[in-house]
Design a protein around this ligand. Sequence first.
Ligand code: G
Ligand code: G
Ligand code: MN
Ligand code: NA
Length: 255
Amino acid sequence: ASMLSLARNALTTNLIEPFYQPQVELASGRLIGFEALLRWRHPRLGLQLPGSVAAAFEDNELATSISDRMFERTIADMRHWLQAGLEFGHVAVNASAAEFRRDNFAERVLALLRAGDVPPSRLELEVTETVFLGRGSELVDRALNLLSSEGVKIALDDFGTGYASLSHLKRFPVDIIKIDRSFIRDIEEDPEDAAIVSALITLGRSLGLKTVAEGIETERQALCLTAQGCTIGQGHHFGRPMPAALAKQLIERWP
Ligand code: G
Ligand code: G
Ligand code: MN
Ligand code: NA
């Protein structure tokens, strides 16, 4: 069967789900939220990463269904955690440029939050700078401003690897910048990476933004970033992406 028909089938059989990766406040070690990452439990091939559904994302209708599924699931999980009295912070969900250009994307997300009784401030949207480029940018502008005015937080993902036009930070309602893991990997050995990361942290602080360092794999990287004043860390050092049930246990047990 083609990847498309497999993906269609995965949707109808509920095999596409968010995994949750913890985000930690570096200064205190507190758990402050999660990034939701799409995973597909393939019946024969096992757990698949988002790349494996890339073909499905090319198909408009299917991409919309997958996106809807991710928002439905993450909002349902947040609702469940809130009802259980668990303080999980926020959940960050990735949204592609195509998703933002869909009719009523913002309205649909806000309606799901309302229906689930989840405060919009619990949701973060991770976008890359490609959402600002090309055709349909008025739609993106509108969607971002509507979401932001309702309290949804906006994070710029993979910051520093794309166009990184600083005017985007001024023109759009950005709350958080995520420093790409390609800069973090060699931060202790490579003075250029260290300098770039330090500049991004300073930039974020001056603009009143939170900075998330991605792909932290060692204690030493975490310490180095904390010393530089980075606010939030994410990476295998703190935890790998995990199913909702395990994320719930993590919230309950985090020191
Ligand atoms: O999850 P990694 O584990 O492999 O994620 C790979 C890429 O897929 C990341 O760049 C991430 O932004 C993207 N991604 C993960 N989950 C989603 C999702 O639910 N929607 C979209 N649009 N992108 C996602
Ligand atoms: O592009 P985006 O930042 O949304 O995607 C995050 C990607 O980074 C996912 O594929 C996720 O599985 C991966 N990831 C998360 N933490 C780490 C880490 O500590 N090391 C590495 N190599 N990858 C990570
Ligand atoms: Mn991301
Ligand atoms: Na990223």
